[in-house]
Design a protein around this ligand. Structure first.
Ligand code: FAQ
Length: 315
């Protein structure tokens, strides 16, 4: 049988992508495509897992039983998202243990947003509204990602994120309509989370090293700036609707383009947080490391049980 050259395999692969045919785990794919997906999917998984921490911090202090039940469900959903995503990365050959160790040693990135502290109950509203809102804006197009397992995982994740966004907006609406102190608390949360939420979309297109190739492979369907703009256009009117103001003195609506124009983003702050120097980076990783250590006995017990069952079956 005639051997197919790498160039021909690459040509056929790109042809599939151009025709919107999904790439599945057993299909041939260029190594760079595989590595880009492992990087993005594992960072995404880590973000979901670390993302449980700022909200987990408020479960015991939610203001009533309904709020507590909703917050618990949301944080559990995030654990589920992390698990789908680690599984999606495994379909590409990533080893789960190594992937998690990369997070714990600081080798792997996760979303910058989760390195900011949650100081008041209003932060639960701001996270749901802004952080889940930004996550949805970024993840809905990922449902059309060229890699099948990632795209399919995103369908369910987006449905759950949409519930998360609404619960956050409902918290903010309630506080904004409450006492002056409650409204001030909501405004303060918006002030602290607005700019970090814009940073979630990643660097400006001019500084984004992966976008061009990822768009060609249809891993990403929009650039970072395009998604950030969509988020701003949707969110500024929502803030106005509930009587809050985004903390950007330069924000203006451009009648000609139909878009809001925001002021400059502090990219130095973004890169500092990404490098590990944000307000909570160290705490977040310490908590994850300690959770792994404390769960050692559970993993040992589960493995011992599985081995015993396997021995019994084969006897
Ligand atoms: N934080 O060339 P690009 C959530 C890194 S899930 C930290 O533009 P790319 C749910 C980037 O990795 C939130 N690092 O990269 C939830 C790269 O570094 P590398 C997470 C960032 O991949 C809600 C370098 O900068 N979502 O919130 C960030 O093409 C509430 C250059 O950047 C996803 O992960 C950042 N913000 O575009 C959970 C979605 N931005 O790897 C709990 C999937 C960029 O070369 C509570 N990911 N970097 O060392 C993506 O769509 C993309 O990976 C982007 C970045 C858009 C994040």
């Amino acid at each position: 049988m005639k051997e197919v050259s790498i160039d021909e395999l690459k040509r056929r692969f790109q042809e599939k992508i151009d025709k919107d045919i999904k790439i599945e785990p057993k299909d041939w794919m260029p190594d760079d495509y595989r590595q880009t997906l492992i990087r993005q999917i594992s960072q995404h998984a880590h973000s979901e897992i670390v993302g449980m921490l700022p909200e987990g911090n408020w479960i015991t202090r939610a203001p009533n039983l309904r709020r507590k039940a909703v917050l618990l469900a949301k944080v559990q959903d995030e654990a589920g998202h992390g698990l789908y995503l680690y599984s999606a990365a495994e379909t590409l050959g990533a080893d789960r243990e190594e992937t998690i160790d990369d997070l714990h040693t600081g080798k792997a990135k996760y979303s910058s947003i989760f390195n900011y502290p949650t100081l008041t109950w209003a932060d639960m509203g701001a996270i749901g509204w802004l952080v889940d809102g930004a996550a949805i804006m970024n993840q809905v197009p990922l449902c059309r990602c060229s890699y099948g397992p990632y795209a399919r995982a995103m369908v369910r994740v987006c449905k759950e994120e949409s519930f998360h966004q609404r619960q956050g907006f409902e918290i903010m609406t309630t506080l904004a309509k409450g006492t002056p102190e409650q409204k001030a608390m909501a405004q303060d949360a918006l002030n602290r989370f607005w700019w970090p939420a814009l940073m979630m979309f990643g660097p400006n297109d001019a500084d984004s090293k992966h976008t061009e190739q990822s768009m060609r492979w249809k891993i990403k369907r929009h650039t970072n700036d395009e998604l950030r703009q969509q988020f701003v256009d949707v969110t500024v009117p929502q803030a106005e609707m509930i009587g809050l103001t985004v903390p950007d003195k330069d924000m203006k609506f451009n009648e000609a383009t139909g878009h809001y124009e925001h002021g400059p983003i502090n990219w130095d702050e973004f890169w500092e947080v990404v490098k590990g120097n944000g307000p909570c980076n160290k705490d977040r990783i310490d908590v994850r490391r300690s959770a792994k250590e404390k769960g050692e006995w559970v993993r040992e017990a589960a493995n011992a049980y599985a081995e015993k069952r396997a021995r019994r079956k084969s006897a």
